[in-house]
Design a protein. Structure first.
Length: 309
């Protein structure tokens, strides 16, 4: 086909195949701007780490002021587009409120991100320094961006929170929905192939490994056969839980009790009590064992404290 024929065929497809066109529609958030925002917000959270040259202490006020001004302007623009998309009657004014609210939360978010870095340093014997973790560990990027996106999600901003977390997803291979509620000292070791759903709730001092899924069971459908939105679909992980590689934990009513360990390749759709160890026995069966006190050893195999799930 000639270039002219290709153009005509493509234009015809625009006319005849709706649903993936956004022509004459409302202005949508820019992918390029969202990626820029993610980068600049990481600079604000971790000043001096991602610069082209060292950041001197006496330069920090001016650099921070300039960066805040640029981020606020771009953030207001992209939030306004997002709000306008859903029919907000005053998107510009509300975007200003949202941008101010998010930026005002940066010191608190920084404090929480510091606990994540600490958890990574203490949780990985291979870590040689905090600098190595911030510069090279993908969990820092994906968790920090999710914490920022979660604030926008709480402020009911459409589109933009998911675009921010997808930036981190593309960079790290870990997909954390902005709606997920995550406590302090969160560490994802190796940080590849992890999926955490919208309604998941994760406590403090939780450590998970690669290829872990905190997902939903089969979706509840409405009378029209469409998935019901806004219901609890993903599990709760209580404090001081460790989840090893390849584990899949599903369901909005599933609770992993505090100080429990979920072993590799476990498929879990039922709650387990605190102080439990769950391991994969084979033939599609997982076994729960009660622990002897906090962080203690498991009871002997085959005891009354073992039960199948």
């Amino acid at each position: 086909m000639s270039p002219e024929e290709i153009q005509r065929a493509l234009l015809a497809s625009y006319e005849n195949q709706g649903g993936i066109n956004h022509i004459d529609g409302k202005n949508l958030p820019s992918d390029e701007s969202v990626n820029w925002l993610a980068t600049e917000l990481m600079h604000l959270l971790f000043p001096g780490y991602f610069e082209h040259k060292p950041l001197a202490k006496d330069a920090v006020p001016a650099v921070t002021a300039a960066r805040l001004k640029a981020v606020r302007s771009r953030l207001e623009e992209e939030v306004a587009k997002s709000l306008n998309f859903v029919g907000d009657h005053e998107p510009t004014r509300h975007a200003t409120d949202v941008a101010c609210a998010l930026l005002a939360r940066l010191p608190e978010i920084r404090a929480t991100c510091q606990t994540d870095v600490q958890a990574a340093y203490e949780g990985d014997p291979a870590a040689r320094s905090v600098e190595e973790i911030i510069l090279a560990y993908p969990c820092v990027l994906v968790i920090s961006i999710q914490r920022l996106a979660h604030e926008l999600y709480r402020l009911k901003v459409p589109l933009l929170p998911r675009m921010l977390t997808e930036y981190a997803h593309e960079r790290t291979g870990t997909d954390i929905h902005p709606g997920a509620q995550i406590g302090t000292h969160f560490f994802i070791d190796h940080c590849t192939g992890v999926v955490i759903g919208e309604t998941a709730r994760i406590g403090n001092h939780v450590k998970i490994y690669q290829n872990v899924t905190l997902g939903a069971k089969s979706f509840e459908l409405d009378e029209a056969g469409k998935p019901v939105k806004g219901v609890k679909r993903h599990p709760d992980i209580q404090d001081h839980v460790t989840i090893y590689p390849g584990a899949t934990i599903l369901g909005g009513k599933t609770v992993i009790g505090a100080h429990s360990i979920v072993g590799s390749n476990v498929w879990l759709m039922k709650s387990i009590p605190p102080q439990s160890i769950v391991y994969y026995k084979g033939e599609g069966t997982s076994v729960v064992k009660a622990q002897q006190g906090r962080g203690g050893s498991a009871t002997s195999s085959g005891s009354a404290d073992d039960w199948m799930i």
